[in-house]
Design a protein around this ligand. Sequence first.
Ligand code: PRT
Ligand code: ZN
Length: 287
Amino acid sequence: MSKKRLRIAIQKSGRLSESSVQILRGCGIEFGNGLGKLRSSARNFPVEILFLRDDDIPQYVEDGVADAGIVGENVVLEKGFKVETALRLGFGRCRLSLAAPKQFAYEGTGDLEGLRIATSYPKILSGFLERHSIDAEIHTISGSVEIAPSIGLADIVCDLVSSGSTLFTNGLKEIETVLESEALLIRRSSLESDLEVLFEKLCFRIRAGIEAEKNKYVLLNAPNDKIGRIVDLLPGMRSPSVLPLAETGWSSVHSVIAEDDFWEVVENLRAEGAEGILVLSIDQMVI
Ligand code: PRT
Ligand code: ZN
């Protein structure tokens, strides 16, 4: 195996840290966590993990200090660095939204004309305003954006939202979504060939983990005369497996179903005569 190590930057401490560590550990990569450390070498895969502030990750990847990184799409787009997105990771979901005081009667983007908007995302916001041909004043502030209207610094804000409770407690309501964001696996565009091979391996493993999370493994028993209708309800990866049970006239059916519709499928399976239905999590799914 190559002596070179692939350097991956993840957030040291924050909303993305735990899921970033989990996604790498889910790939079978063993490393110590970032407590009090800036870097950690994996014991069983030629990877070095760098623990950084999220805002610094795109720059480090562009400069080649790190080969890849896990960071929010909002940060990548705001910083505008030349990095490539390899995978969308499906966690750290949030939206960058415009929010106004509750009493603001908002009817459409035309109402934004001439307003003062406080944000930590001036680049993404100005792109949005340009696309909608709106002339508004952007006030860039680095934190506690949500208090800007109440202290008279701005009319409305453009900030990240997940549950919406921060806006609510500050008397604000969401009026427009500027960006839907999630964590991304980013990479620098040119990797030496041995690092490229390592990176591809890593992506392959991460994809298998992401697919596994989106699916469930289902096993059930049914009398043979019901199998046809039950199989029709189950897509499976190619098609469901049907195996005879020791008891004559009965079979066991194994299949994979999407997490999103699994309750509905399970209810339909029961209605068609399935018994002893087991639904299991999948660790990895290679498709
Ligand atoms: O120290 P470091 O610079 O690394 O961390 P940070 O404090 O800058 O970032 P952190 O850990 O707060 O967020 C890291 C990333 O998580 C962000 O860049 C987003 O991609 C993603 N993310 C997901 C969020 C949120 N959800 C989120 N809700 N980032 C921030 N928030 C904040 C938001 O700014 C607001 O203040 O949470 C508040 C709103 O939350 P709700 O639930 O009340 O709506
Ligand atoms: Zn940050």
